[in-house]
Design a protein around this ligand. Structure first.
Ligand SMILES: [Zn+2]
Length: 278
């Protein structure tokens, strides 16, 4: 319950962040001209701020500590959810293709399947990526691949590490990780306490709308290199939109914390058009 309250407060915060960002984006962003027959329509490039981004652990946890943190958080995830082998081979095969086409292919990613009726996917530091059985069932390979490439995008851009850095417990967590040599002992207990205070594994899976847009961008850009049709991202969003409109509620944070589905569809189409014109 506590987590729920925390999440809705965070959602409010995200909403206000989103509107602020929109106002700021109105003016000086680069514009791209797209010709549509007789008229030339101007679109704001939804991904302008990500095009020249470079990614590293600089200023964040170093990669070794990130991997240790990932192992710790993964244990927490396994206590909360039932992992299954159902669909795992397919998820891993597609996921590793996203990894190889990504801007962070040197990390050893681990894909996991969660037994759940909720349609969801998330990632934690160190390259652990989780997809639910309900999502796997509703998606073809390109659609499932789009979610996996999106999640790999979060890992590439170190979004969870950036969230962690903003938490009050960051220094305690960083110090414990630096001193941590095994899963037992007083350092591991201190780390567990600090992570618990922060809100645990799920806290680092909450992203801002800008981070979601960045993961969409990195995901769709990786898809052709992963041997996937990027249109799969569009049809995935369309399926999610239809489910949302049908007022059933199996959608998890994959969707509810994310920018509008229609906006994501438009942005993805924009990027696919841009890739094709290359
Ligand atoms: Zn996401």
């Amino acid at each position: 319950m506590k987590t729920l309250i925390r999440t809705s407060l965070f959602a409010l915060l995200l909403t206000s962040l989103f509107f602020t960002a929109t106002v700021q984006r109105g003016g000086a962003v680069a514009r791209d001209s797209v010709s549509t027959g007789h008229t030339s329509v101007q679109y704001d490039d939804p991904y302008a701020e990500f095009r020249n981004a470079s990614y590293s652990n600089a200023g964040l946890l170093n990669e070794r500590d990130e991997i240790k943190l990932g192992a710790q958080l993964h244990r927490e995830v396994t206590k909360k959810y039932n992992l299954t082998d159902v669909g795992l081979a397919r998820v891993d095969r597609l996921g590793q293709r996203c990894v190889r086409a990504s801007l962070r292919s040197n990390l050893a990613y681990k894909f996991h399947v969660i037994e759940s009726r909720e349609i969801n996917g998330f990632s934690i530091p160190g390259g652990h990526i989780y997809i639910t059985t309900a999502l796997i069932k509703m998606a073809n390979d390109d659609e499932l691949g789009s979610v996996l490439c999106h999640e790999v995008g979060h890992v590439v851009a170190r979004h969870s590490l950036k969230t962690l850095k903003k938490s009050r417990e960051y220094d305690d967590i960083a110090n414990s990780l630096g001193a941590l040599t095994g899963v037992a002992g007083s350092v591991a207990r201190d780390l567990g306490v600090a992570l618990g205070k922060m809100g645990g594994a799920l806290m680092v899976t909450i992203h801002t709308r800008d981070e979601e847009r960045e993961a969409d961008f990195l995901g769709v850009r990786a898809m052709p290199g992963a041997g996937m049709n990027p249109d799969g991202m569009v049809t995935m969003f369309q399926k999610l939109l239809r489910i949302e409109e049908s007022h059933s509620d199996p959608l998890g944070s994959l969707f509810s914390d994310h920018p509008d589905a229609q906006e994501r569809i438009d942005n993805t189409r924009y990027e696919i058009g841009k890739m094709k014109r290359r």
